[in-house]
Design a protein around this ligand. Structure first.
Ligand code: PMP
Length: 359
């Protein structure tokens, strides 16, 4: 069996152990005579799966009791609308603009509320995370929105801003479960599953109790947090197989030692790659050091037109999907939880070889 090192930004690689477990359980899940895909979402076996998934996520992220975990559909992009529709009181919110996904979140929110961009790194092509001071935050804002990890630009908030009494909302699509975080600092956390959680089609929302139940009158039923909160994410048919896969991934993270251990592994992988890029006078990092993501690592070959050769030759060696996003160029290695350290080492070996050939 040939497996490659898949550096895709998402959907991205899943742990082999998880895929193998899913494969083994596929035709006959727990003697039910059917696969999880064929189980009723109201069945006892599925109730067990979704309950386990929630409890495991609560344990891994240390989610306080006064937060609900919702398993919904529509991707992180749907949360761009769901957030303003659920949290609208004064009809105003503050947004931090750190790249393409923040911009999309703002554009969508503007359909429903007044959006104030309180900080932006667009002046330097989103290569850094702007500083957020408490005095930048509007006291009458319904919430402050940040994108904790910028998948395309390769930046991440290294410290969570203190927004005082104004709820902090975070798009954590590309760094949820990658490191320890203090959930109690957030009002809402949302993430598409297709990076660190499981297959595309599932979206996880973690929301503080006091932010549920006061949605705007025009909020569609399916976007209301209350709908999913009071039904245990079973108002309609949830993405059952996605929830099952997420449960297997959560078990895998737990077995590895939880988020503390995952964070140490992720930091080590990122450090290996950044250290190599930094000592090289062939490659360079476009991102300012203190704002670097440990999940998505862009790198460039300045002054040379070698990107497509790099991507092609790397692919021939089993190093897949290293092309940078079209808006940034260069290369990007997405090294989510499932990427083993050997994948990063193989990438660095290839980079060395490529550098020697083309210098
Ligand atoms: N936010 C971020 C930070 C992302 O990386 C992505 C997807 N790559 C999205 C939002 C959009 O997610 P979805 O495709 O699940 O709507």
């Amino acid at each position: 069996m040939k497996r490659v090192h898949n550096f895709s930004a998402g959907p991205s690689m899943l742990p082999l152990a998880v895929l193998e477990k899913a494969q083994a359980e596929l035709p006959n899940y727990k003697d039910s005579g059917m696969s999880v895909m064929e189980l009723s979402h109201r069945s006892g076996l599925f109730t067990e799966i979704i309950t386990d998934a929630e409890n495991l996520l609560r344990e891994l992220m240390n989610i306080p009791e006064n937060y609900k975990v919702l398993f919904v559909q529509g991707g992180a992009s749907q949360q761009f609308a769901a957030v303003p529709l659920n949290l609208k009181k004064n009809g105003k919110a503050d947004y931090v603009n750190t790249g393409s996904w923040s911009k999309k979140a703002m554009k969508e929110a503007k359909k429903f509320i007044e959006v104030k961009e309180i900080a932006s790194s667009e002046d330097e092509n989103f290569t850094y995370i702007p500083k957020i001071d408490a005095n930048m935050i509007s006291s009458d804002a319904d919430y402050v929105h940040i994108t904790t990890n910028n998948t395309i630009e390769g930046t991440a908030f290294r410290a969570i801003p203190d927004t005082g009494d104004v709820p902090l909302v975070a798009d954590m699509s590309s760094n949820i479960l990658s490191e320890e975080i203090d959930v109690s600092k957030f009002g809402v956390i949302y993430a598409g599953a297709q990076k660190n959680i499981g297959p595309a089609g599932l979206t996880v929302v973690i929301v503080r109790d006091d932010l549920i139940g006061d949605a705007s009158d025009v909020c569609p039923t399916m976007l209301e947090y209350q709908t999913h909160s009071e039904s245990g994410s079973l108002y309609n048919t949830p993405p059952t197989y996605g929830v099952y896969m997420a449960k297997l991934v959560f078990e895998w993270v737990k077995e590895l030692g939880g988020l503390k251990e995952i964070q140490a592994r992720n930091e080590k992988k990122a450090e290996l790659l950044y250290d190599y890029v930094e000592q090289s006078d062939f490659y360079a990092s476009p991102v300012q050091k203190e704002s670097r993501s440990i999940m998505n690592i862009p790198f460039i070959i300045p002054g040379r037109d070698l990107d497509s050769d790099f991507v092609k030759e790397a692919q021939a060696e089993g190093l897949e999907t290293l092309k940078g996003h079209r808006s940034v160029g260069g290369m990007r290695a997405s090294i989510y939880n499932a990427m083993p350290v050997e994948g990063v080492e193989d990438l660095i070996n290839f980079m060395q070889k490529f550098e020697k050939q083309h210098k």
